[in-house]
Write a new protein. Structure first.
Length: 480
């Protein structure tokens, strides 16, 4: 009876052990050969084994009766995967001798540490890629991999086809590549037409695990309708233009979700004092009967606060007329510096700025030059002929103003002696404070025995002005 009990107990143990299994051991990517230096991941399935149990991972030669290498020990079985950097040699845990793995085939075994239960991968080869730490020459790696009929040199992960991206939102372009591949050239195609390119010097990716990631805001310089186009692909290309690349397996689509600024288009610079039309189109997620504000953002200086051009603009208008160089507020004017700086139009809707800007553009400032006076000495009651000239791209009328340095070392505004004068007039005759201005009284006489400067300003855009700084023209001295 006792023997029968022990036999039953033993059979129960055997049945229990065989019910517990480790299976489907595999490497990803799955191939018949791998390159030394390549990063792969070992996966496995398990059943009827506690999540707290441990496994060890070993490498076995084809036909061998003992493990050749110990790849990992005390790995939690519940992780069901382990990363592995393929090596052409390894140290035998029993003999301490380094084994050459470039001859013959090998396989991976994942074994439960407490019981003789394991699973094994298919046999595969390890080939020498010539890639070592700090070596960026991957030409040998590429030729070996391509000879295997695989594409591990670079592989697009996202967007790889079928995704729907929303314009204005930020996404991570993701890819995997062999070590030493370097910073890639990223191209985006619509059909067979390239619509966007990031050269290697602008690509600064971050590596997470085996995947490289590069942040990209689906921007406004791409031809996208409100409904969206399903014919976009992304290409990750080796930066040395060798022709090594991978593309999305199929097309993905892009559509407008928020407000899309359609102009200015960025094809030509804007000129201060000119009227331009800012146009936009509302996406599917925007209520068109609500209001928004329009801002000018300096891309070059990347200043935190943009300048407001207009507020309370109804979204369904779709257009806003702006006289370039005029603003709805005076704050943060340090961010406005026309010339070489580049700008974008951005919108504020729902108490936050949208991610969708216009295309970048430059702003040109027309010039005004005072030709006379030229350093004369004048007295109260004298006649002064003021002459000036302006560039042909100046629009609108001008004001004639006086600055002086009677009480300060620098010139400051003192008076306006002419308003809304035709730009083409180029001449103004003025009696020097005779009769005096209305505001002049005996208690507040005209300052004399100091220098004055004539300044010509655009009547609609005060940023367009003749020079005010020391050393420029338009100066006269006023004596008693």
């Amino acid at each position: 009876m006792r023997k029968l009990f022990l036999f039953a107990l033993l059979m129960g143990f055997v049945v229990s052990v065989y019910a517990q299994s480790i299976s489907n051991v595999r490497l990803v990517p799955s191939r018949a050969a791998y390159l030394s230096g390549e990063n792969v991941r070992i996966y496995w399935n398990y059943s009827e084994i506690s999540r707290t149990e441990k496994v060890k991972i070993t490498l076995w030669r084809e036909g061998g009766t003992q493990s050749t290498c110990l790849l990992a020990d005390d790995v939690s079985i519940s992780t069901a995967s382990k990363s592995w950097r393929v090596s052409s040699t390894c140290s035998n845990p029993r003999t301490g001798v380094r084994e050459d793995l470039l001859t013959g085939r090998v396989k991976i075994r994942v074994r439960w540490k407490r019981h003789p239960v394991w699973g094994e991968s298919e046999y595969f080869e390890i080939r020498n890629s010539g890639i070592t730490a700090g070596n960026t020459n991957v030409s040998q790696s590429e030729s070996v991999v391509q000879s295997l009929g695989a594409t591990p040199v670079v592989r697009v992960v996202f967007p790889n086809g079928g995704e729907e991206l929303i314009r204005g939102r930020q996404y991570e372009i993701e890819w995997e590549s062999v070590e030493g591949f370097g910073r890639p050239r990223i191209k985006i195609f619509k059909g067979n037409t390239k619509v966007k390119e990031f050269p290697p010097e602008r690509v600064f990716p971050v590596k997470v695990g085996r995947t490289w990631k590069f942040s990209w805001i689906v921007d406004s310089d791409m031809d996208i309708s409100r409904e969206g186009h399903p014919d976009y692909r992304i290409r990750i290309e080796k930066g040395d233009c060798s022709g090594t690349y991978d593309e999305s397996d199929s097309n993905f689509s892009i559509k407008t979700g928020g407000i899309l600024v359609t102009s200015p288009s960025g094809s030509s610079p804007l000129t201060m004092s000119h009227r331009v039309l800012i146009r936009w189109r509302a996406g599917w997620s925007v209520r068109e009967d609500e209001f928004m504000s329009i801002y000018l953002y300096n891309v070059t200086k990347n200043i935190r606060y943009p300048i407001r051009l207009g507020s309370g603009v109804r979204i369904n208008r779709g257009v806003y007329e702006w006289i370039v160089g005029t603003f709805d507020e005076r704050a943060h004017m340090d961010s406005f510096s026309p010339g070489s700086d580049r700008f974008k139009i951005m919108l504020e809707y729902g108490h936050h700025f949208t991610d969708v800007y216009s295309q970048e553009f430059r702003i040109i400032k027309p010039t005004i030059e005072v030709l006379s006076p030229e350093g004369e000495t004048l007295h109260l009651g004298d006649t002064l002929t003021i002459r000036w000239r302006s560039s042909s791209n100046l629009h609108g009328r001008v004001n004639v103003e006086l600055y002086n340095n009677c009480h300060r070392r620098s010139f400051t505004h003192f008076d306006t002696i002419g308003t809304n004068i035709l730009r083409t007039s180029t001449t103004l005759t003025w009696r020097v404070y005779s009769p005096p201005s209305i505001w002049v009284t005996e208690m507040d006489p005209i300052p004399t025995n100091c220098r004055y400067r004539v300044v010509i300003k655009s009547a609609i855009c005060p940023f367009i002005t003749s020079p005010i700084s020391e050393g420029s023209g338009g100066i006269f001295t006023l004596r008693d």
